[in-house]
Write a protein that binds this ligand. Structure first.
Ligand SMILES: *Cc1c(COP(=O)(O)O)cnc(C)c1O
Length: 375
């Protein structure tokens, strides 16, 4: 089956009790035992398993081309679970430009747990090789990265990880299962903040881990999900399964629109730089073209004349919403340096954009009128 068909049918069955085509939401936290104490339908207690969550997990595993998936209450809870499954004294190699919250988890939450971390430029294989230690258990990649849209060569990193018997995890949130296929490139575990494109409507929080094999590490993750309890509600699972149905079509338009906006910005004299992996001028264009089907809906750009001009531009926009997050139907824009730590390396003239599904001409005109009002 093609991905458009999977997105609509995977994990969705006709409700046997009523014939409903759209699945019911199972709010019950507990399920009745048979007289012999067994659970004939397989469900016991909703933290351990719930019909809406099982359906979602089945859909996610199929979409990503994996064998199993675990749904969490947020992308960050999924990230937590992976690091919790490591042992004290283990070493992780992570990207310097990892999602801000991922670095916060490693530094702030695991700092006292003797989980060792080295941050490297993941686009530079020699740096990654130089960071390897005898206790390196995991290499974390995130591509495209935030906020400069740098592209990690997934195949090269997974090859290195497997040479040293480490796991390779790919945060595939920005690319989605539609544009990038981590398991075909050797990744062991793929992670998503489903809050973003998979949900697609800025109205739910969720995360997921998908695996290409069920092994002891996977069983550990399952224990962390069930005993730790950072699980999504049945309603959020239901909303997410609903949102996923249109994911392939949404991603097409996110990509179409972002390409047009990137071209417009790249040709504007008041714009100093545009970071979009689909532009031939992007320093990782070749790798992106090789491992991604298309280049996604995220881009960032730097305004001539610095931070004040960036703020001025924000003030004049009418369609773009000034908000964090990404992947929804509405276009969002944000001054990244403001929401990161004071010592951030993000340039202060940089604006990050999540291109939504409005008409691309309206988005370009909105940017154009805002840029024209710059002093
Ligand atoms: C948003 C995001 C996360 C964290 O997900 P939450 O659902 O906000 O906890 C992790 N990685 C990336 C790339 C993200 O964009």
């Amino acid at each position: 089956m093609q991905i458009e068909t999977l997105a609509i049918h995977a994990g969705r069955e006709i409700d046997p009790a009523t014939g409903a085509v759209t699945p019911p939401i199972h709010l019950s936290t507990t399920f009745e035992r048979a007289t012999d104490g067994s659970f004939p339908q397989g469900y016991i207690y909703t933290r351990s398993d719930n019909p809406n969550r099982s359906a979602l997990e089945s859909c996610l595993a199929q979409l990503e081309g994996g064998v199993s998936a675990l749904a969490f209450s947020s992308g960050s809870a999924a990230t937590m679970a992976i690091f919790q499954a490591l042992k004290t004294g283990d070493h992780v190699i992570a990207p310097l430009d990892a999602y801000y919250g991922t670095a916060q988890i490693l530094n702030t939450l695991f700092g006292d747990w003797d989980l060792q971390v080295t941050y490297v430029d993941m686009t530079d294989l020699t740096q990654v090789e130089a960071a390897v230690r005898s206790n390196t258990q995991l290499i974390w990649i995130e591509t495209p990265s935030n906020p400069l849209l740098r592209i990690t060569d997934i195949r090269r990193i997974t090859t290195l990880a497997h040479q040293i018997n480490a796991l390779c995890v790919c945060d595939n949130t920005w690319a989605t299962p539609i544009l990038q296929h981590p398991f075909e490139l050797g990744v062991d575990l793929s992670l998503h903040s489903t809050t973003k494109y998979l949900g697609g409507h800025s109205d739910l929080l969720g995360g997921a881990i998908i695996t290409c094999r069920e092994d002891p590490f996977w069983n550990r993750l399952k224990e962390i999900q069930r005993y730790g309890g950072a699980v999504p509600s049945p309603f959020d699972c239901w909303l997410l399964l609903r949102g996923i149905q249109t994911l392939p079509y949404r991603m097409r338009s996110h990509c179409d629109n972002a390409e047009q906006v990137a071209d417009y910005l790249a040709s504007h004299p008041r714009i100093k730089a545009v970071h979009y992996p689909g532009l031939k001028t992007h320093s990782n264009f070749a790798v992106a073209a090789q491992q991604m089907d298309r280049f996604g809906g995220m881009l960032s750009f730097q305004v001539q004349d610095g931070k004040e001009a960036a703020f001025d531009l924000l003030a004049h926009l009418q369609i773009f919403r000034r908000a964090t997050s990404l992947g929804g139907v509405e276009s969002l824009i944000e001054h990244r340096a403001s929401i990161e730590a004071p010592n951030t390396k993000t340039p202060d003239d940089l604006l990050r954009v999540s291109i939504g599904l409005e008409h691309p001409q309206d988005l370009i005109e909105d940017l154009d009128q805002a840029i024209r009002q710059l002093p």
